[in-house]
Design a protein around this ligand. Structure first.
Ligand code: CA
Length: 225
């Protein structure tokens, strides 16, 4: 199956080099240099992945992303010139699957696109209740196997698990999971995620169900076995 990647980017240099790299891999590309009519095009052509710039003439990336999300789960990689924007974008719940900060290396961007394509090809199960979370005992069960978590780890995992695919920033995780702010920082979140991953790895899951989104945060994602 031949995939089409849609690039929405008003800087021609970036769009050009991105297209060259993607086409070199046998992928089809389509380029919009502004935000108007993008949503309509997506409806008609159903691209496999969208690379979407935040700041665009015509219509901005957040609006485009939100409108696409009303009818499609197509993976969207949002590009932005400001690292600081990423937290705000996640807070807005724009619905992007990944965030890349400019200036980015084209190789890196293409690697992210490929990761998205692999996930499509492996068919992401977004809502399959393969896991069982037992609240009273902070236990996670999978196909007869079980692992016990601490209360914090459990709450953290439950937050991600109940919203599959949704990216939570470290700031949001701090707000939603930790009641005592005195002892926690972004690094605390990372260390709890590390412990959580270690424990979950004792279950024979098809993949690490916690996806790190570089510079952005974490999301729950389980692939088909
Ligand atoms: Ca731009």
């Amino acid at each position: 199956m031949s995939h089409t990647i849609l690039i929405v980017e008003d800087e021609a240099d970036i769009a050009d080099v991105t297209q060259v790299y993607l086409q070199a891999q046998g992928l089809n590309t389509h380029w919009f240099n502004q935000g108007l009519n993008v949503v309509e095009w997506v409806k008609q052509h159903e691209p496999s992945v969208i690379i979407l710039d935040l700041m665009l003439p015509g219509k901005d990336g957040v609006s485009i992303c939100q409108e696409i999300r009303q009818f499609s789960d197509v993976p969207i990689i949002m590009t932005t010139a400001k690292v600081q924007e990423v937290d705000r974008l996640i807070g807005l719940d724009a619905g992007a699957d990944d965030y890349v900060c400019k200036p980015f290396s084209t190789k890196e961007l293409v690697a992210r696109v490929n990761a998205m394509l692999r996930r499509i090809d492996r068919q992401v199960i977004k809502s399959a209740p393969a896991l069982q979370l037992v609240e009273g005992s902070y236990t996670v069960m999978y196909q007869g196997q079980r692992v016990e978590l601490t209360q914090i780890e459990f709450n953290l995992f439950q937050l991600l698990y109940t919203h599959p695919g949704r990216i939570y920033s470290r700031g949001q995780i701090l707000d939603l999971v930790y009641s005592d702010f005195r002892e926690v920082s972004d690094r605390t979140v990372d260390s709890h995620i590390r412990n959580l991953r270690k424990k979950l790895s004792q279950l024979s899951l098809p993949n690490d169900p916690i996806r790190s989104v570089y510079g952005a945060g974490y999301a729950y994602e389980m692939l088909a076995p």
